[in-house]
Design a protein around this ligand. Structure first.
Ligand code: FE
Length: 354
């Protein structure tokens, strides 16, 4: 796990927040002489992109507010915040999964934020109804397929992945992956538990190989002829179109299908942020989230990740023009992805989707 880090100094944070010594490799003595500056913001992020560090740096340069960030898995951050209780130094919580944001809210680790700017810029269905978190960038979970082996009509619904005519043709990553859990979180609601489970069982029956690898790996497996369909988040595909020669060669053998265009729309999730329940720097926290919903924040959040900016009129990252110009995306209460998460895993487990 990455422990506390800062663009300037890492050890100050540890001293200031009373984190136990000995597990960080930082010297307490070195930290003692440094007073906590006034313009400070502590970010707990479940994201893991180098480009986020650029983003933090830009915010620091523009505002003079120094960012200290802690990047870790969502579950680990959640447990850490619970343990820290009222003394948690966390100001802002960032995650690239709405279900995860809900789980922080549900655990009492976030607080509501009234922001006219955010209410105006962030569409209602991309923010928490109680204003505990706000979506900032979109990510679509779609079907990737080999157009040499599969017709587009064969993969225009998630249900198609369970079709008998794709037997032995389906690659998937593990069901414990949050993207698959959140998709199931929506399917439970859309289809009902029983139908969702039947779907999972039939998808498993179509597996070309046991679940393995990440989203990029599924695209590579299709290009290598190991299978002809898989689920991926759109941005992995887009990044590969700008990747190494080998990646470009692979990805150009595949196409994306945005499912459910005649019904509820493709499953969409968000990267979002909320203010921690005991944020020591609440004003700065709100300022940061509002900045992320601004022109520069939207650009820096998405330009490398190839997520889709959520604020209307924001500049589109290079490469997103490879996506269909107009696609229908699901309008769905995203907190349900978190509410349904345990059930989603139980369904996958019963279906034998490891
Ligand atoms: Fe990802």
């Amino acid at each position: 796990m990455k422990w506390y880090a800062s663009l300037a100094t890492a050890c100050v944070f540890l001293a200031a927040c009373g984190a136990p010594s000995g597990d960080s490799g930082e010297s307490e003595a070195a930290a003692e002489s440094v007073a906590e500056p006034t313009g400070l913001l502590n970010v707990y992020s479940a994201r893991h992109y180098d480009s986020d560090k650029e983003l933090y740096k830009r915010f620091e340069d523009e505002t003079g507010i120094r960012i200290r960030f802690r990047e870790s898995g969502a579950a680990e951050l959640l447990e850490a915040m619970k343990a820290e209780g009222d003394n948690s130094p966390a100001d802002v919580i960032i995650s690239s999964d709405a279900g995860t944001l809900y789980r922080f809210k549900d655990a009492g680790l976030m607080q509501p934020v009234e922001s006219e700017l955010l209410a105006t810029r962030i569409p209602e269905h991309f923010r928490d109804p109680d204003n505990h978190w706000y979506g900032l960038a979109k990510r679509l979970r779609v079907i990737v397929y080999d157009p040499a082996r599969v017709e587009p009509e064969q993969v225009d619904e998630y249900a198609d992945l369970a079709s008998a005519n794709l037997e032995g043709d389906v690659c998937m990553r593990s069901s414990t992956n949050i993207y698959n859990l959140s998709l199931m979180g929506e399917l439970i609601d859309r289809l009902g538990k029983d139908t969702a489970e039947a779907w999972a069982r039939s998808v498993v029956a179509n597996f070309a190989r046991p679940p393995q690898g990440g989203d990029t790996g599924q695209i590579e497996a299709i290009a290598a002829g190991q299978c002809s369909v898989a689920l991926v988040n759109h941005y992995y595909w887009v990044r590969m179109t700008q990747g190494s020669d080998a990646q470009r060669k692979s990805v150009e053998k595949t196409m994306l299908s945005f499912p459910q265009q005649d019904s509820w729309g493709a499953h969409v999730n968000v990267t979002g942020a909320g203010v921690a329940a005991h944020a020591p720097h609440k004003e700065a926290a709100i300022q940061f989230i509002e900045w992320l919903a601004g022109e520069e924040g939207q650009f820096l959040l998405t330009t490398e990740t190839k997520e889709i900016p959520l604020v209307a009129g924001a500049e589109m990252p290079e490469g997103l023009d490879r996506l269909p110009p107009d696609f229908k995306e699901s309008v769905f209460p995203l907190n349900k992805l978190g509410e349904n998460q345990a059930e989603a895993q139980a369904i996958y487990d019963r279906a034998g989707w490891n």
